[in-house]
Design a protein around this ligand. Structure first.
Ligand code: 6PG
Length: 223
């Protein structure tokens, strides 16, 4: 079951995501952030809406195995667009990519033991991937780990660490944020089609709360 919310523009969709992020931060939740380009505006707005993230803990739903200052780093995206705008930062639990992907995934998996997310912000690739769970990936079948390494199925072509489907499903609120015509096909498959490992986002739903998809009209054009 998923709640589809179609907003008038990417800015409206970003604001809707920002309001949910700010609410989770105020409540002191465990928040898993997405990477990519779409969430940047939502993070900027979330920092404006709620500058005090002190009570919250921020995780990364996935990370590219690059240095933290690399332009492809999802931690760098969060640092620049969210954390930099806060009066009080959250506890940040980065993926320790400096250890190498395998060790970083093992450490992240261990640090997530006992953690239930309050909010997982998910992007959507044009191929239907979310986090770094790509179509047909072995990572989609993992049920006994909270984080694993994953091979890229789209650029950037670097190895990743990704939360697994069951880890993302712990989120009380799973929020997909997808905008733009290039996502319309994936949106239709992910949110109105059958559960299908060829569209990994169709596998990711909250197991203990709600799943929402925030879409602009262009991304919602095929539903
Ligand atoms: C990542 C993201 C990934 C992203 C989608 C959409 O590490 O790349 O977590 O899942 O959300 O690829 O990316 P865009 O927002 O750039 O379209």
């Amino acid at each position: 079951m998923i709640d589809l919310r179609i907003l008038d523009s990417p800015e409206h969709a970003a604001r809707a995501a920002a309001e949910l992020l700010a609410g989770a931060a105020r409540a002191g939740g465990h928040i898993a952030l997405s990477g990519g380009t779409t969430p940047r505006r939502a993070y900027q707005l979330a920092a404006e809406l709620e500058p005090d993230w002190g009570p919250a803990t921020v995780w990364l739903g996935d990370e590219r195995c690059v240095a933290p200052d690399d332009a492809r780093s999802n931690l760098r995206l969060a640092r620049e667009s969210l954390l930099a705008g806060l009066h009080r930062p959250p506890t940040v639990r980065p993926v320790e990519t400096e250890l190498g992907c395998e060790e970083a995934a093992l450490r992240y998996d261990r640090s997530l033991v006992g953690v239930a997310l309050d909010l997982a912000l998910q992007g959507l690739g044009p191929d239907g991937h979310t986090a770094s769970l790509f179509p047909g990936s072995p990572a989609l079948d993992v049920t006994d780990r909270r984080a694993v390494t994953a091979q890229p199925g789209l650029e950037p072509w670097v190895e990743r660490v990704t939360m697994t489907v069951p880890m993302l499903a712990t989120a009380r609120l799973v929020v997909f944020l997808a905008v733009g015509a290039d996502k319309a096909e994936a949106v239709a498959r992910a949110f109105t089609g059958e559960v299908d490992p060829e569209t990994p986002a169709s596998l990711v739903r909250s197991a203990r709360g709600r799943t929402i998809a925030l879409l602009d009209r262009a991304a919602a054009a095929k539903i």
